[in-house]
Design a protein around this ligand. Structure first.
Ligand code: DAH
Length: 333
């Protein structure tokens, strides 16, 4: 007859042995095999329990309790080892997949860059900020007042024909020039003024190699006591030289309703005269519209055409190329 002590020692032996064997398992498969060996239907524990029936009845609960302890212990050992193996696996993987951040990347880099128009505006703005100007902005959807009326261009003024306008509902329009920002700024700020206003403008032009219904300007406005046409010329010259290097600049008499006198600025670049924008001394009527005293203050202004500059600087032959988002073209810049 099986006696109590014999079963007890078998169980003890099993739990002792399980510790070593389980802690040496190297793979999940080995662990599963061990689980079957110890706890499976035909495993060691079952065998020991099978013999329990032969014990005297009062001894059976003793072995039952002990067997249960051993079962819990073995299960815990299996679970712990499983966790350890998983951790080791992850550590191994991390080790194998370590990235050497000092290695060069995959070429070619897909690198974004500024659109030639944005880049040109940035250059222009940088130069003028360097001369002490600050950037001001205004809306592209404007009222007739800011785009024309306050700029000394009443409804029946012939100069309105120069700027074929996109009219919207409710008396609104798409601004035809950035000069509207001059008015908005002067309404809100007292002199002295030194501002530049980069932005989009719109005109109902027929599209061709040099015309597009949307383009960009950088407006400049300086107002102070005692500003003269000489200051305007000096500023234009400084700006042109910063952008093009040393080159000839020419002022041709012109007309704009909001400046008097007015001029067109030409730059001699690679043996050609290029028109880069209009300018002039702020008309006293513009000052009156914003509540500045024209007897005390004078000022000069200009409106630079950005597309023209970008096309010259990058030798672009057709303005439409700038707005068709053709990557073969854009990647050249
Ligand atoms: N607004 C004019 C245009 O769109 C350009 C211009 C001319 C702006 C003379 C000015 C200026 O500020 O003084 O053609």
């Amino acid at each position: 007859m099986t006696d109590l002590a014999q079963l007890q020692s078998q169980l003890e032996e099993m739990s002792q042995g399980a510790k070593d064997i389980i802690s040496n398992a190297q793979t999940p498969e080995q662990l599963e095999q061990l689980r079957l060996d110890f706890l499976g239907k035909k495993g060691k524990l079952s065998q020991i329990l099978g013999a329990m029936g032969k014990l005297p009845a009062p001894d059976r609960p003793v072995i039952g309790a002990l067997a249960n302890d051993v079962k819990v212990l073995v299960q815990t050992l299996l679970d712990d080892r499983k966790t350890t193996l998983q951790r080791l696996e992850i550590a191994k993987k991390l080790e194998a997949e370590t990235i050497d951040v000092t290695m060069p990347g995959v070429f070619p880099f897909l690198q974004g860059r500024s659109h030639p128009i944005t880049a040109t505006i940035d250059r222009v703005v940088d130069i003028l900020v360097g001369l002490g100007y600050t950037v001001a902005q205004g809306p592209e959807v404007e009222t007739d007042y800011y785009n024309f009326e306050a700029l000394n261009t009443p409804a029946d003024h012939p100069a309105r024909d120069m700027q074929d306008t996109f009219y919207l509902q409710d008396g609104l329009l798409l601004r035809t020039h950035t000069s509207s920002v001059q008015i908005r700024f002067m309404e809100q700020n007292d002199p002295p003024v030194r501002i530049i206003c980069p932005g989009r403008v719109y005109r109902k032009d027929d599209v061709d190699a040099t015309h597009f219904p949307m383009f960009h300007q950088v407006e400049l406005l300086a107002v102070d006591e005692g500003l003269t046409f000489g200051d305007l010329k000096g500023t234009v010259r400084l700006f042109v030289e910063a952008l093009f290097g040393e080159c000839e600049v020419r002022f041709r008499p012109s007309f704009f309703p909001f400046t008097e006198p007015s001029a067109e600025v030409d730059v001699r670049w690679k043996d050609r005269w290029l028109e880069i924008g209009g300018c002039g001394m702020v008309d006293p009527n513009v000052f009156k519209a914003v509540g500045y005293d024209p007897d005390r203050y004078s000022g000069f202004a200009w409106g630079l055409g950005i597309e023209r500059l970008a096309m010259v600087l990058h030798q672009i032959d057709d303005i439409r190329r700038l707005f068709t988002s053709d990557l073969r073209f854009l990647r050249q810049f």
